[in-house]
Design a protein around this ligand. Sequence first.
Ligand SMILES: Cc1cc2nc3c(=O)[nH]c(=O)nc-3n(C[C@H](O)[C@H](O)[C@H](O)COP(=O)(O)OP(=O)(O)OC[C@H]3O[C@@H](n4cnc5c(N)ncnc54)[C@H](O)[C@@H]3O)c2cc1C
Length: 288
Amino acid sequence: MTDSEDNINASDATEAFIQTTQRITPDSADEVRQIVLRINTPAFYFLEGQNIGVLTPGPHPYGNKTHHRYYTIANARKSSDGDGVELELLVRRCFYIDEVSGEEYPGEASNYLCNAQPGDRISITGPHRSPFRIPADKSSNLLMLGTGTGIAPFRAFLRRIYEEQSQWAGNVRLFYGARTGTEMLYMNDLNQDLASYYDQATFQAIKALTKGVLKDEGDALQSGIEDNAAEIWKLLQDPKTYVYLSGMKKIAAAFDVSMGRMAGSETLWEAHKQSLIEDKRWSELTYH
Ligand SMILES: Cc1cc2nc3c(=O)[nH]c(=O)nc-3n(C[C@H](O)[C@H](O)[C@H](O)COP(=O)(O)OP(=O)(O)OC[C@H]3O[C@@H](n4cnc5c(N)ncnc54)[C@H](O)[C@@H]3O)c2cc1C
């Protein structure tokens, strides 16, 4: 799934309202906000890991007719309260540097969302299908690897399996890379949302922080994977293990390098990965 405008029909949009918006990173880190949307459409239904699209009001640069960007739903499904549902999004305010002029430009959709105030009306599309799905068998192991706002689907998964379903018997391992402790989304001083799952016997969160100045959260995640490669490799031998990669594109490459080493060669790892893909036990949702 990419940010393309293909097949997006603005007339199919659903109306949503900003219910709350809260910055969950401190001023010293990049701005990431948790935004709760209210959808007053009783039939609106979503599954954990799915995405919605956000249509920003025009006019748009480059003469584009629409500007449509995807955001992953970060909460678990709840039955409609009769009037509709709430959706939680985790949005990073993006800026880009124009390579020619050197000027900084605000990303259109992310800034639109981050500037929105309670009561504001937003046009959304979807929910859109996602490669991420919670296995029906509660003895499945979940190996989740992510960076940045890529934690959104994992938060939805954790909420679903520990709060809505309960009695999850398989091992759940979350490997999460960030530049600093304050950028550990849902696991920092401002928002300790995932801390409630730390006492679950089956759950373990492995936090990986960058060790060098020029490194990013992808490099941090790679170190976290390296440090725990033996356990990950053991988990990957279990036919009940499902793998989920979410966030920066480079995490898939980082994972391949570490697992190639554990498998003994790149070719052996590719063969193992292929069997996971064929078994529908491998899913990726990477972007940026
Ligand atoms: C499946 C999926 C799920 C995602 N989930 C999340 C999430 O949960 N949270 C989150 O924060 N992000 C998420 N993203 C990323 C998100 O969709 C946006 O890409 C991000 O917020 C930036 O969008 P923007 O509109 O702010 O930036 P844009 O305005 O789109 O700018 C992005 C880049 O495109 C360039 N650009 C913009 N318009 C043009 C043009 N017409 N021609 C050429 N270049 C152009 C800009 O210079 C910049 O380099 C997800 C992406 C995908 C694919």
